[in-house]
Each structure stands twice: as structure tokens, then as C-alpha cells.
Design a protein around this ligand. Structure first.
Ligand SMILES: *Cc1c(COP(=O)(O)O)cnc(C)c1O
Length: 505
């Protein structure tokens, strides 16, 4: 080794740069005292492990006091503050007031519950600070491997492309952008949607809000998304779908895509994907599947057959941050026709030209598959979680939730004071408290009160549902920490509150 050390352009070592004096004036941003930083970090890690271990001992949610609200009105700090004082503020003002989706009795909306290994992955990813827009570095290989795993999980061909995105909302935008590109024969990118008959697509009334948003964002307009009637189980009525398609064609519109749902937010309904594929084939339509949480059923050999037909989709959108329990946020879009996918988003500026080798190399960069150039390293926590826990364990947690939903539905059905609202075939159960001689409006008010009491006392966190005219309590089991006893506790609380709120006599 020469005097210059290993990193000089001449192959020698360069003298190590003198350490900056961070925290000191002059914009040094690394810690001034590494030992103190290390100690604070270790302490935080210990506290977070305790938090994970104690999960479930406190209230699910608690109201944020006015004093804490006030703390969040402070202006932009100009001067540095000691790390430990900022950490104390986090301990006081933030950590106690999270939504509660890491708690075993969180049953609201569709939220993942995360894992300790996922949190560890987040810390590592933050330390690497990788930008995965493209170029040649190991983080790109990590995402490639995730893409390969998912491609195989869904039996997609080798040409299929995939992209880790923020969530299913973005995944649906990407999937439908490719569908639009196909329907306009590529004119959308340059000309926009000026010419030709209006494009229309199909989902159900229970189809997710994000699909309508995607239609707006893609310039199709939300009214170009048809709400196809549903069957009693909440799935799309294929006969009605065909009828709507035919009507639109006769009216001079151009049907281009069906957005099937595999796991609806209202009741976990799964559309008949095999039948929808046939209809799409017959009419030359793109089949996109919103499998935001339902996709995780594919990890369970017992539940996977419920998603039959998903392997024939043109694009699939789903979340890692829901039933896969990877920490927020991480979703995924898988596109069967990789060529079409790159044609929709590819084409880089000159300064992003790939070199044949070195850090600037690589054919298809993630930025060629979606609208984002700079991207964080979301794929890492997915890769790390799947490796550490194994896909089977996640699949088993999914199965357990489905079993729990079934047993909750049975509990509800057994109680004369409770009434189930809608089907409960997957992981979502909705019900309401019933009282003799009360009209629907009174029952709605009563159930609203019961739900709020349960939420505000921190007993559990179900969310509201409106089915037809009935207001109900919706329990979504998307939580690997939930025990059967948590569900019994919820049912008991609903019954007790219902009885206490209905004056006797
Ligand atoms: C959550 C969800 C979405 C939206 O996904 P995000 O990750 O919130 O963007 C879409 N469809 C369904 C069925 C969902 O549950």
C-alpha cells in the first residue's frame, strides 16, 4: 500500500479527513459526540423493544390532550436542540398517541400491525439512505429479488415487471396507466386523451375509493368508472358486467378495463376472477385486480384457491403494509406485459443515460416503471420481513384472522341482542346492537354511541360501517397480534354498553 492509502485514484490511501465538529456552527450535520449519540440510540432501541413486548397492555387509543395539541404549533426551530430533549418530546407527545394499529385489539379500517423485524429493517434502510430510482447498487438487487418472489407467488411470466410503491392507491394508478397506454395505442403519453371515444372501466359500488381517484388522476374522469351491481356476497355480478359493457359499446364509448376486487373493504368479498378474465378476454379489456389486503391470502395454501384467476390478471395492485404486516408504507404493482409497462413510463432524460458498466449501469431502472424518480428503499423492509419471518408464517397469521372472523360471526349470530350486517366470508365482520322496539334511526344513533365509547375508552378499535340504511360496527381482522380472547372482550363490551345505553322500561 502506498502512502496515499486504498482510495486514491492512483491506488493509494488518501489521508483520512479530519472529523468535522458536528453540532457546532458551520452546518455540520453528523453528531458532535458519537458516544452520546450511540447511547441515545441504544436507549431508544431498548425502549422500542419494550414497547413491542408490552403491546396490548394499555388502551388501544387515547385522546390527545389540548396541551399536546399546543406543542405542535411551535414555529420552525432555527437553532439545534439536544437530541435527548427531542427524544423526550417524542416520548411525551407522539408515542402515547399513535392510532393503535400495533395493538391486539385494533380492528379498524384495513391497517397492518407491523412487526419488530420490520422496524429493524426500517432502521437499517434509513441508515443506508438508498435512492432506488435506478443505477447499479445492491438495493436494486434487493428490489429485483422482491419482484421475482412476487412474480412467482402469482404465477406470472418472466416478462412480467413489478414495482414497489407507496401503496395500493399508487399501484392502481400505475396499473391503470399501463391499461390506458394500451387502450390509446400509446397516444396518451404525447397527445393525452383528446381523440377517440371516451374510455370507460368497471368495478363495483364497493370498489375502493382509490380506483375512482385513479380515474380522475389519469384524466378519464371518475364518471368513466361504472359501478357494476353486486351479488349477495358482495362480489361483482358478471352478468351485469357484460350487460354494462355492451351498453357502453352501443353508446359509442370504449370499455378498456375491469377493476376486479380481491378482498373488498366493506366485507372482504372476492370477485369471480376466473369469470371476469373470460369477459375481459371476450371484450379485449384489461383486467386489473385490487387485492390490497386480499393478496396475502395467496401465502396460505388453504386460502389461495379463493384467489383463483388472479394469476391471469393483466395487473395486480396490493399492499405489503396490510396483511403482510410490513411496516408502512409499501405496496406493489405487478404487470404481466413488461414491455407495455416500460413503454408507459420509460424514456429517460439525457442526464440519466445508462452506462454499460459501473454505478450508472442497468437496463430497466425502477424509474422506468412508475412516475417516481427518487425513491426510498421500501423494498428492503419487504425483503427483510419475508426472509426473517418466512412467507408461511405470514400466511398462517392470515389464516388465523380468517378463522377468528368466522368465530366472531358465530358469536354475533348466537347473541339475540346482536345482528350481523352482511357477509363475513374472509376477515371482516360487521354487526350492530339491537334493542326491542327501536326504529332504524334510533338503532343507528345507539350503535354510533356504542362504537364511540369503545373507541374513546381505548377498549378496542373497530371502525364504522354503513350498510344500506344501517349503521354498524365493523371489525377487520388484519392483525397478527389478536387473540380469540380479544374478540370475546369486544363482544362483551358491545353488549354491556348497549344494555347500559338503553334505559330499562
Ligand atoms: C387499503 C385499500 C386500498 C388503498 O390502498 P392504500 O395502500 O391505502 O393506498 C385499495 N383497495 C382496497 C381494497 C384497500 O383495502
Amino acid at each position: 500500500m502506498s502512502d496515499n492509502g486504498p482510495f486514491s485514484i492512483f491506488g493509494g490511501a488518501s489521508p483520512t479527513a479530519p472529523p468535522p465538529s458536528p453540532g457546532a456552527p458551520g452546518g455540520h450535520l453528523d453528531p458532535a459526540d458519537w458516544d452520546a449519540f450511540r447511547a441515545s440510540l441504544h436507549q431508544v432501541v431498548d425502549e422500542m423493544v419494550d414497547r413491542f413486548q408490552d403491546e396490548g397492555t394499555g388502551p388501544v387509543w387515547q385522546a390527545i390532550p389540548e396541551s399536546v395539541h399546543q406543542e405542535f404549533t411551535e414555529p420552525l426551530p432555527r437553532a439545534p436542540r439536544p437530541l435527548d430533549s427531542v427524544l423526550d418530546r417524542v416520548r411525551r407527545d407522539v408515542l402515547p398517541y399513535t392510532l393503535g394499529n400495533t395493538h391486539p385489539r385494533f380492528f379498524g379500517w384495513v391497517h397492518g400491525s407491523g412487526t419488530p423485524v420490520g422496524a429493524l429493517a426500517e432502521l437499517l434502510a434509513a441508515c443506508m439512505n438508498a435512492n432506488t430510482g435506478g443505477r447499479h447498487h445492491a438495493p436494486i438487487l434487493v428490489e429485483d429479488q422482491v419482484v421475482n418472489w412476487i412474480r412467482r407467488l402469482f404465477d406470472f411470466p418472466e416478462e412480467a415487471t413489478g414495482l414497489v410503491v407507496s401503496g395500493t392507491s399508487m399501484a392502481t394508478v400505475v396499473g391503470l396507466a399501463v391499461a390506458r397506454h394500451r387502450a390509446t395505442r400509446g397516444l396518451d403519453r404525447k397527445e393525452g386523451l383528446r381523440d377517440g371515444p371516451p374510455l370507460v372501466g368497471y368495478t363495483t359500488r364497493d370498489g375502493h375509493q382509490s380506483i375512482r381517484d385513479a380515474f380522475s388522476l389519469l384524466g378519464l374522469g371518475a364518471s368513466a368508472l361504472r359501478a357494476v351491481p353486486m351479488l349477495d356476497d358482495g362480489s361483482m355480478d358478471p352478468v351485469a358486467l357484460e350487460r354494462r359493457i355492451t351498453e357502453d359499446v352501443h353508446a359509442g364509448r370504449k370499455p378498456f378495463a375491469v377493476i376486479a376486487t380481491a378482498g373488498s373493504v366493506t366485507c372482504g368479498a372476492i370477485d369471480d376472477l376466473v369469470r371476469i378474465r373470460e369477459i375481459c378476454r371476450d371484450h379485449g379489456l384489461w383486467m386489473h385486480v385490487d387485492a390490497a389486503f386480499g393478496a396475502a391470502a395467496r401465502l396460505s395454501p388453504q386460502l389461495a384457491p379463493r384467489l383463483d384467476g388472479i394469476e391471469t390478471a393483466d395487473s395486480i395492485a396490493f399492499d405489503f403494509h396490510k396483511w403482510f404486516h410490513v411496516p408502512y408504507d409499501a405496496g406493489f404493482v405487478l404487470v404481466r406485459d413488461g414491455r407495455l409497462h416500460t413503454a408507459t413510463f420509460g424514456g429517460r432524460e439525457d442526464y440519466l443515460t445508462s452506462l454499460g458498466q459501473g454505478p450508472g449501469s442497468g437496463d430497466i431502472w425502477p424509474c422506468d416503471l412508475g412516475p417516481e424518480l427518487s425513491r426510498g428503499f421500501r423494498a428492503f423492509k419487504v425483503w427483510f420481513t419475508l426472509q426473517t419471518l418466512g412467507a408461511d408464517a405470514i400466511g398462517e397469521a392470515v389464516e388465523r384472522n380468517v378463522r377468528q372472523a368466522r368465530s366472531l360471526a358465530r358469536m354475533v349470530d348466537r347473541e339475540p341482542e346482536l345482528e350481523r350486517l352482511g357477509p363475513a366470508d374472509l376477515n371482516i365482520v360487521s354487526f350492530r346492537y339491537r334493542a326491542e322496539g327501536r326504529g332504524n334511526a334510533e338503532l343507528n344513533e345507539l350503535n354510533r354511541e356504542i362504537l364511540l365509547e369503545i373507541q374513546e375508552r381505548g377498549i378496542a378499535l373497530p371502525s364504522p360501517i354503513r350498510r344500506d340504511e344501517a349503521f354498524g360496527i365493523r371489525v377487520c381482522l388484519c392483525n397478527h397480534r389478536t387473540h380469540d380472547s380479544d374478540l370475546r372482550l369486544l363482544v362483551k363490551a358491545v353488549l354491556e354498553l348497549g344494555r347500559s345505553l338503553v334505559p330499562v322500561g
